[in-house]
Write a protein that binds this ligand. Sequence first.
Ligand code: FAD
Length: 527
Amino acid sequence: MFPPLGFLYIMDVTGEATLMTQPISIWILGNQLLTDHPALLRAEEQAAKQDIRVLLIESQYLLDHRPAHPARLILLLSAMRHYADHLRKAGFEVDYREAPSFRKGIQDHLKMYNPPRLLSMAASGHNGKEFQQTTLPEISSIPIEIIPNTQFLVGQFNPYPQPDPDKQYIMEYFYRELRKHFQILVDGQGNPTGGKWNYDQQNRKPLPGDIHIPPLPTFPPDKVTQQVTAQLSPRFKPRKMGFDFNLAVSHEQAARALKDFIQNRLQDFGPYEDAMTSRSSVIFHSHLSPYLNIGLLTPLQVIHAVRQAYQNSEIPLNSAEGFIRQVLGWREFMYWQYQRDMPELKNGNYWHADNPLPTFFWDGETKLNCLQEVTHRALTFGYNHHIERLMILCNFCTLAGINPQQVLDWFMANYVDAYPWVMVPNVIGMGLHADGGKIGTKPYISSANYIQKMSDYCQDCKFDHNARTGVEACPYNFLYWNFLLQHQERLSSNPRMALSLSNLRHLDQEEREKVQEQADTFISRLE
Ligand code: FAD
């Protein structure tokens, strides 16, 4: 039998064969900080630990080429440096580089160590993948192996491996297939635990005023994080708002954040997952996306921990299923859609929306209370929960006809969990319906009525959530009706919009003109 690739037998003078291994270099990207990194596991099958060298690159180009939330950059670099320590402790040699670009970092590594081959895990983003497929072979003459990405479960089981490019796939069915395959909340026959696949009906409650909201756990910056912060802070000066960095930066801390969520917030996650309040930005959400997106936590680790809490009767089924749906359903579906539709997806502009993003998105200064609260939170903490991103920010941008690519740039610049594979489908697809409905089955738009029902923002707002037009009227109202009138023809082909469109009958000609005039004036003054 031949020895596996990478192993070498040297014959000595007596004819005795000695096993030698060839060195391997592994390039691990900053958002792939997995403990069970598949490239490490693969290399360990082929070479002795002392022959495995891990390359980690802090690319100055990636830090600078577009604006990013300070907390996102601190988290990324601090977690990378902690990961390097973790690997060194585990016995690997680590080549940790600060380089102008990935290209330069890799070239310098190859020059210094002259490894016979290079291993890497496929990037999750489109540009990273292109770099691995095109640039890497150009800049090196050694064999390069790119192994499949294991940060997503759809890499292990893809329910639709050859998708029809024109077909609309529905998240619900995609999610059910994954639940059955991974045996999550299903019985031996593949039937859902509790008899239902979906508990959304129980999960749309507004927040009671007196409910206790537990604080998030905090992780005070250690020396590594302090160094990173000091090093990066000259870059942050132009930003208007400050922040206190207290996120988890290691696997151990991220596991504590997961445990804290399960013990203190998961119980109430389900019923209040759509609720919004000025009292808290996270409410009962997990705040785990920053860790999932860089490999400090893995989807199955999170899903299994939540399932266990349900099996131990610590949390109700609607919260367990509601949460697992986010990770196993939406997260995987978005990644799958991104892989399917890039690069076209990024440029979607179904509504031909070309108004510029208003400046208040960058300074939080608007008299609309909901938008003021939500933009302020993004600018300060780099976080809004899903419904704030969807029904406050994207809803406004859709109704006001803001250019989708400008919205995307703003989102990319302002969130701790921002990565292209997740931002592009969420903003262009789900948030703005700018992909024409490949990802979401309908545009997520609403008048102030929804915001009033699901939040306490309207209570302290100078605008009247009940008024459709007039000086006091909440802009979400006239913008909403204006949008329905403007796009009536396109919307009428979507059965899920039938009810909303049928409500247009309540607007006589005079009211329609008022709505359109006020929307036009408002939009023209947005700058
Ligand atoms: P929870 O509500 O506790 O949900 C648990 C987990 O489910 C999240 O951590 C996340 O990993 C996953 N999840 C839930 N919904 C989605 C979704 N639609 N897509 C992908 N994963 C999901 N998520 C990001 O991770 N990065 C982004 O850049 C991002 N941008 C978004 C932009 C818009 C316009 C919208 C509408 C959604 C975006 N999301 C993004 C999805 C979702 O809003 C966030 O994952 C979630 O708010 C993160 O907070 P959490 O960890 O408290 O989530």
